[in-house]
Structure formats: C-alpha cells, structure tokens
Design a protein around this ligand. Structure first.
Ligand code: B30
Ligand code: ZN
Length: 269
C-alpha cells in the first residue's frame, strides 16, 4: 500500500508499529459527553481574520485518506502590505496559533463519519481546521511540542434544504475523484463564510493528538458543540471520492481512544 496506513480496524491496530506515538496515552479522537465534561470559565475563542478572503489560489487535494485544503502563505511583500493569515487565540490557549489548513473525515452512512463522538452520537462529517503555534516555524517543528497545534473541530448534520456553506469546496470534488489528485479552486473564500451561523461560544477542550499517523501528542483540541448543516447531495460528493485502492474513500475516521485519566473541559457560557 502506497500510503503505508489505512482505516480498517486491523490496519489501525498496526499504526504504532511505524508510528510509536499512536500507542501513547494522550491520543485522539475521544468520546465527549456533556455529563462528564468539567465546566470551566475561560474566554471565548478569538478567530482573527476569519472574515477575510483566504490568500489564493487555494488547492484541494485527494490524498487518499482525506480531502485537504491547502492555503498558500503570504509573500514578504504581501506581509509588508499588512496581509496576515487567519489566526486564533483565547479559550484555553496561552499563545497565538496560525492556520495551516483544513480537511474532513466522513462516513459511508449518515450515522457515522465523525472522529469525535458527542453524547455517544457520531455525526456524518467532521471538519478539522489546523493551526500552528506561531512560536514554531513550521508544522514539523510544532509536532515536537505539546503546545504545537490547536485543531478546531466542527460537526455537520445532514439537512434537507439549502446547506450551501461548503459549496466552494464540494462543487469541485468531482475533479479530484482519484487518489493523489489536486486542483486549484477558481475562487477563494473566507473561513467565516463556511462557518456562517455557528455558535462559537460553546465548545469542549482537551489535550490530545493528531488522529492520523504520526499521531503526535501536540494538539489542543477545541470541539464545538453546535452543528453546521450539510445536504445529502453534498455528502454524496465526499462519498464519491476514491481512495488509493480505487475504493470509495469513506469511513476515514479513527477509533475512539482511551482517556487515561485526561480531563475534558466545557466552556461555561
Ligand atoms: S488531525 O486534525 O488530527 N486529523 C495532520 C494534521 C492534523 C491531523 C492529522 C494529521 C498532519 O499534519 N499530518 C502530517 C502531515 N501529513 C500531511 C497531511 O495533512 O495530509 C503528511 C501525511 O499524512 O502523509 Cu496526510
Ligand atoms: Zn482530521
């Protein structure tokens, strides 16, 4: 297998052979339940620059295990003119974290697909927006540190009508049906346009890992409890993608990981 790892249960059990961190004690995803979360008084998340158009051209890639959006970095000339990538702080964070990219995890059926579960529910789609602690120069360096990354996780629920938030991405998925294909999106968009209407005041937070190899325990997770809408038609565009084995790219979520005494917090609103 080109990729080196897969999502079948038998494959997931072998991740740690090549990636020892995958057998660690702070792994993700986890089951999140309102009953067991510890209420804490922390600031809301500040999502800075989310309303600005992302720098272009944006690229979407079918990497065989997900579809990922790659965001170009601003040149030093653009930085001199004041352009900055979106970044976040607040919540439990002690530092500012700059956007690195985003991707999705989804299921073959509407009753599965998300990586985290919320009150024992699996949602059909979960989006991860990855941010790197600005004190680290790149992703590789950030992965070496427990405060290296902050991933914002968003759940989707299937609705019947007018779920158009993900249109800029979803309507181009047919062009990257095959594994290892990319395309440049014809239009850029803002992150707030794909999060429109979401209540960002309510979230869970805990310390965990990348949910794929190398499973680095470098992630502060922010999991929003409000759902974003997606239509069945849009879900079918994800389900039409092909994996590296020319099979439908579906059910690309990791099994739930043990807590090992970790605490999950919920923001008091
Ligand atoms: S997640 O949000 O926990 N699912 C990475 C970032 C976030 C998550 C998982 C993985 C990551 O940075 N992985 C290493 C880089 N990848 C590139 C990529 O994101 O596409 C290299 C790779 O694994 O071959 Cu897949
Ligand atoms: Zn992910």
């Amino acid at each position: 297998q080109v990729l080196g790892w897969g999502y079948r249960a038998s494959d997931q059990r072998r991740w740690a052979v090549l990636h020892p961190a995958c057998a660690g004690r702070q792994q993700s995803p986890i089951a999140i339940a309102a009953r067991q979360a510890i209420p804490i008084s922390i600031p809301a998340m500040e999502l800075i620059g989310y309303q600005n158009p992302l720098p272009g051209p944006l690229t979407i890639t079918n990497n065989g295990h997900s579809v990922a959006l790659t965001i170009p970095k601003y040149s030093s000339e653009e930085e001199k003119k004041g352009f900055r990538l979106p970044y976040i702080f607040g919540g439990p964070l002690d530092y500012e974290y700059e956007i690195e990219g985003l991707h999705f995890h989804w299921g073959d059926k509407n009753n599965r697909g998300s990586e985290h579960t919320l009150n024992d529910m699996r949602l059909p789609l979960e989006m991860h927006i990855i941010h790197r602690n600005k004190k680290y120069r790149n992703l590789a360096e950030a992965l070496q540190h427990p405060d290296g990354l902050c991933v914002l996780a968003f759940f989707y629920q299937v609705v019947e009508f007018d779920a158009k938030l993900l249109t800029p991405i979803v309507k181009n998925l047919s062009a990257i049906e095959n594994y290892n294909t990319s395309m440049q999106l014809p239009h850029t968009f803002s992150l707030s346009s794909i999060l429109s209407g979401l209540d960002t005041e309510r979230f869970y937070t805990y310390k965990g890992s990348l949910t794929t190899p190398p499973c680095a325990e470098a992630v502060t997770w922010i999991v929003f409890s409000d759902y974003l809408p997606i239509s069945v038609f849009q879900m079918d565009n994800f389900r039409g993608l092909l994996s590296n084995l020319n099979l439908p790219l579906v059910d690309n979520f990791r099994q739930l990981q043990p807590l090992f005494g970790r605490r999950i917090f919920v923001r008091i609103t």
